[in-house]
Structures are given as structure tokens and as C-alpha cells.
Design a protein around this ligand. Structure first.
Ligand code: ATP
Length: 573
């Protein structure tokens, strides 16, 4: 298909903010696709592979800028100037290509989506010497044949900022409308298919044949990570029981990071809840899985928790976050920062999906196949009870063991990938920590000049937008911390953020929401200074969260809850 047709769709979709209109536009577009255009579905999501695949386009603004300069023959400084004026690199490409095309009259409509995908798919695999040059020539080849509107969306795709407001749910409902006349139950079937495969093009393949029963063919597969099920929050144990029913399972809420364990024969893979493949970072866990878990093929859900080698005391997440981040000296890190795997769920066993099986059945199976070896791999600590007092004692025991709190789980509920569900609840002491995403910054002065010294933090609003909640400048080191532990310095954090700078004016920078951090704070206040309406008092950096995506940061709703509970001066434990 012509890339121009897709670019025109992007344009039409971004012209409306109304969800139903977007669905109508997308549905019309989907009907025009041939089966061989399946990969266009990835482009609709700003991607080139299914979501479970961690090969991403990953082009920085700086590199995109170079490519715009090269393909339009305008020098980089002038492109930079335009970027500073316009503030949107896509629009810069659109303008400069349009100026150029007026003088050369070429290029319109020759690009195909196949060619775009072909070139973009070559990018993630490039490593080593000459990589930058090769990337530039692959991108420039596309940009030189692009019309202005194609250039706009090519650049936005490259830098991962499509801005057309099409989410997975929009695609789901558009597929339902395009191929099943939005008949009852279609959206749910499509969503189930997306959940199971995490592959929107595979879902399109079936949908295009217009038979809802076709979706039954789609299966959960080992090696293709799906999005994890998330918990809602309960303020009291009483509330938790009301939501999940009695009796329920109460488990330790471990303070580590989520690890999805996939095994097929001899192959063992690990994924974070961000779907990042971290298999090579945990060689010792591969051994644990092979030795202590019975079965040829399975997918387990677990929390990896760090502990002190000598004292065996459990450590908070921020002290072991390096185990995910670091890609070298793995052996050394493995010795210094050992982890214990706490398995709490199973999604697939010996060729069969367990997503719709009741939690209790899954939980029993976990306990049957995992052989507990403390400080290596164990099943989550669990009681099944209807008794609030017992649940409270168990919760306090979890806190005493340095864990975060407790999880309450409905015994008969299935596993719903990618959803925050009311049948799994978390309860923690008065909430004083949040995961937030950095969306801006301010350059420092004096000894901190040259890098950002304060960082604007945002939570997520109802519609998925990002809303500012305050500025953070503490908890970050002055000097480089490379290889010294879990901390990060101002200049390291600035370097990490640089590829995502959207606009600089004076000392302030707007930053694309990408880098997630955990912060503690003293109090939440009402504030007119931030568009969330709240401000954190004394936010302090505690950890980078490479395992979290910006979509999963704390929501405004959660902040409100924390604010209200703080007002009531509620304390638990
Ligand atoms: P928080 O910021 O409160 O830790 P979260 O962002 O980690 O929450 P939630 O879904 O709100 O995510 O809480 C569930 C998380 O708790 C899971 O993602 C998982 O990493 C962790 N966890 C620890 N122990 C368990 C357990 N026994 N069962 C399920 N999840 C657990």
C-alpha cells in the first residue's frame, strides 16, 4: 500500500479528538487494507513489530534531525533553529520537505508501507562500527522520497511520537466495527485475542476473514510475553475483603520487580512487566528454573526480590535495580546482588493456557510444580482465610519481613492480562512513594550548570494524558556514580533524558514521557501551579524504573486517594 494513504489516515485521525469519530475513520481505513498489508497495523501503533517484540525503532531526536538535514540538504544548525521555533520535529520535516519539493517537484506517492517497514526493521539490528552512518542512510532514503505529509509522519514514527491518539482500544473497536458490524461480544473476543497474542497484526489476520470463531485459534505462546495483570489498591483490610470476597488468598506483596518466566524445553526466558527481555541478566535463575520447577513448557508470574548475601535480609527494590539495567559484568553483579524468585501465578502449562482457570487452581498448580529453595526460588507466602484478624497479622508479618504489604486475591477469578483488576488488591502502609515519569527539566546553575538539576514529574490522567505533580531535585548525586551502586548523578540522568528532549526554551526543557522514576515524598498538597491540581512536597528520587512503562505510572486517581487518606490521617500498621 502507498505510504501516502497511511499518512493521510494519520492526518484525518489526528484531526478529531472524538473517540467515536476516530473509530469510524479507522474502521473505514481498515476495510481498505488487503491481507498482505497486515504490518500496517504495527505502523498504526507507531511500531514495526508486535508489542511483545523488543526490537524497537529507537531513533533519537538528534539522529532524526541529522537525517532531516541530510535529506533536505539544509545544514543541521538551520534545522535545529527550525526545531527550536516550531518545537515539533515532525512539523520541521514537513516544512523543510515541502520547501524542497516545491523546487524539485518530485517524490510524491512513491513510498510504500512495505518499503518503510523494510528500512525501519533494519535499524534495531545495527550494531558496532558505522552504525550511525547506516542508520542515517536507511532513513534518508525514505525521507528523500517522501512528500511533506509523509515526512511528518515518518519522523514522528522514528522518534516514537505519532500523536494521532489511536490506542489499542481504538484499534479493537475499529476492527469490531469494520469486520463484525460491532456485533455484541465482538469487542471482547478481539480484546481477548489481543491480550493472548500481544500482536495486533495477528488479530487483524483473523478479523479480516470475518469469523469471530477464528479467534479461538489464537493461543498464548511461550516466548511471547503478554502484559501482566495489575492490582487495584485497598485502603483497609475490610475494604479488601469486600472487593475480593471471602475466603480469599492473602499473599506477601514482595518489594522487588515483576518477572515473567517462560520455559520451552531447554530454553528459559525472562521478561519484565514492560515486556523487556532480561534473560541474559539472570543466568542463575535459568538454573533455578531448570532444576526446581517441574514441567517442559510453562509461563510463571513472579517477583524477584533482592537480599543481602551475608545477613539474608531482604532489600528494597532500589538496591537491586541494577540487575535489570546492567548488561555487562553480569557474573559479578550476580554475586553482589542475589535475587530470590517468588512465584505467585502460572499462565500456561504443558501446552495449555490457564488464563481462564480460577486463581485457586492456578495457585495449587504453582505449589505443586515449584520445589521451594529459599534464597533461590520459592512460592509466594500465602494464607487462605475469611478472618480479618488473621489477614492483618499476616500483613504485619510481611511488613516485618521487609516486604511492601499484602495482596488480596479472589479465589475464582481468571488472569486478565494488561488490566488493573478489582479481584486482586494490594494493601500497603500509608502511601509515601509513587512511580512517576519525567516530562520536563530545568538546567542548573553554578556547579550544576550544563545539566538538568531539577526534574518535572508527571502522573497519568484519566485519558492517559500526563499531568505534572511537582519538581524533584533531591536524591540524585552530584558526581558520576558509574558502577558504584544504585544511584544516579545529575549528568547521568540528563544524558538518559537527552534523546527525549522535545523542546528547549531558556533553561527549561520539555521532555517526552519515557523515563520512569520511583520517588518518595512527605505530603501531597493542593496546588494551582501544576495541571494535576496537586503538588508533592519534598519529592525525592529513589530509583530508576527501567522495568516500568510511562503508561503504568501512578494515576491522578491514586494521588487523590493518597491525598484523601492523608487528610483523614489514616494509618495502617
Ligand atoms: P506499587 O507501586 O504499589 O508497587 P505496582 O506499580 O508495583 O504497585 P501493582 O499492580 O499496583 O503494581 O501492584 C502489584 C505489583 O506487586 C505486581 O506488579 C508485582 O510486581 C508485585 N507483587 C509483589 N508480590 C506479589 C504477589 N504476591 N502477587 C502479585 N503481585 C505481587
Amino acid at each position: 500500500m502507498k505510504y501516502l494513504k497511511l499518512a493521510e489516515f494519520y492526518e484525518e485521525a489526528s484531526d478529531t479528538t472524538k473517540r467515536l469519530e476516530k473509530i469510524e475513520i479507522l474502521s473505514k481505513f481498515l476495510k481498505q487494507l488487503d491481507e498482505c498489508d497486515r504490518d500496517v497495523l504495527y505502523l498504526l501503533m507507531g511500531d514495526i513489530y508486535p508489542e511483545y517484540d523488543d526490537r524497537k525503532i529507537g531513533i533519537s531526536n538528534q539522529l532524526a534531525l541529522k537525517c532531516i538535514a541530510k535529506s533536505t540538504g539544509i545544514n543541521e544548525k538551520d534545522v535545529l533553529k527550525e526545531w527550536k521555533n516550531i518545537g515539533d520535529l515532525g512539523r520541521v520535516a514537513e516544512k523543510l520537505v515541502s520547501n524542497k519539493k516545491q523546487s524539485t517537484l518530485g517524490g510524491k506517492g512513491v513510498l510504500t508501507t512495505d518499503k518503510v517497514i523494510d528500512n525501519l526493521r533494519k535499524l534495531p539490528g545495527l550494531v558496532g562500527k558505522g552504525t550511525v552512518g547506516k542508520k542515517i542512510s536507511l532513513i534518508t532514503e525514505l525521507l528523500t522520497s517522501a512528500s511533506s505529509i509523509e515526512a511528518l509522519y515518518l519522523v514522528r514514527t522514528l522518534i516514537g511520537d505519532l500523536r494521532i491518539g489511536v490506542k489499542e482500544s481504538t484499534i479493537r473497536d475499529s476492527i469490531s466495527s469494520a469486520f463484525f458490524n460491532s456485533e455484541e461480544g465482538a469487542s471482547k473476543k478481539i480484546q481477548d485475542a489481543i491480550d493472548k497474542t500481544n500482536d495486533i497484526a495477528a488479530v487483524f489476520d483473523i478479523a479480516a476473514k470475518k469469523k469471530l470463531s477464528g479467534f479461538n485459534k489464537l493461543k498464548l505462546e511461550v516466548g511471547k510475553p503478554i502484559k501482566v495483570m495489575l492490582a487495584e489498591k485497598a485502603l483497609t483490610i475490610e475494604d479488601a475483603f469486600v472487593s475480593v470476597g471471602k475466603p480469599c488468598a492473602v499473599e506477601y506483596k514482595y518489594d522487588g520487580f515483576r518477572m515473567l518466566i517462560h520455559k520451552e524445553g531447554d530454553k528459559v526466558m525472562f521478561f519484565t512487566r514492560n515486556l523487556e527481555n532480561v534473560s541474559s541478566q539472570f543466568p542463575e535463575v535459568v538454573d533455578y528454573i531448570k532444576k526446581y520447577v517441574k514441567g517442559k513448557s510453562f509461563i510463571l508470574d513472579s517477583e524477584a526480590v533482592g537480599f543481602n548475601k551475608k545477613t539474608k535480609e531482604y532489600k528494597p527494590f532500589q538496591e537491586i535495580s541494577q540487575r535489570i539495567r546492567r548488561k555487562y559484568n553480569i557474573e559479578k553483579l550476580r554475586d553482589e546482588l542475589p535475587v530470590e524468585i517468588n512465584v505467585f501465578d502460572i499462565l500456561f502449562y504443558e501446552g495449555k493456557s490457564l488464563l481462564s482457570e480460577p486463581f485457586q487452581k492456578r495457585s495449587v498448580l504453582v505449589r505443586k510444580i515449584v520445589k521451594n529453595h529459599p534464597y533461590k526460588i520459592v512460592t509466594s507466602k500465602q494464607i487462605i482465610t475469611s478472618d480479618e484478624k488473621k489477614a492483618e497479622a499476616f500483613y504485619k508479618k510481611a511488613l516485618g519481613d521487609n516486604q511492601e504489604g499484602a495482596m488480596f486475591k479472589n479465589l475464582s477469578a481468571g488472569y486478565q492480562p494488561g488490566r488493573r483488576v478489582g479481584h486482586m488488591l494490594k494493601i500497603k502502609p500509608e502511601s509515601k512513594d509513587l512511580d512517576l515519569v519525567i516530562t520536563g527539566g530545568e538546567y542548573g546553575t553554578g556547579k550544576r550548570s550544563g545539566w538538568l538539576s531539577s526534574f518535572i514529574l508527571s502522573c497519568r490522567g484519566k485519558k492517559g494524558e500526563f499531568l505534572e505533580v511537582g519538581k524533584m531535585g533531591t536524591g540524585i548525586k552530584e558526581k558520576s556514580t558509574l558502577d558504584t551502586g544504585e544511584d544516579i548523578s545529575f549528568n547521568e540522568l540528563t544524558e538518559k533524558l537527552k534523546p527525549y528532549f522535545l523542546k528547549e526554551s531558556g533553561r527549561t526543557v520539555k521532555i517526552k514521557p519515557k523515563i520512569v522514576v520511583s520517588v518518595t515524598y512527605q505530603e501531597i498538597q493542593n496546588s494551582p501551579n501544576y495541571n494535576s491540581g496537586f503538588a508533592l512536597r519534598f519529592p525525592r528520587f529513589t530509583a530508576l524504573r527501567p522495568d516500568r512503562s510511562p503508561d503504568s505510572v501512578s494515576t491522578l486517581e491514586e494521588l487523590k486517594k493518597d491525598y484523601d487518606s492523608q487528610k483523614r490521617n489514616w494509618r495502617y500498621g
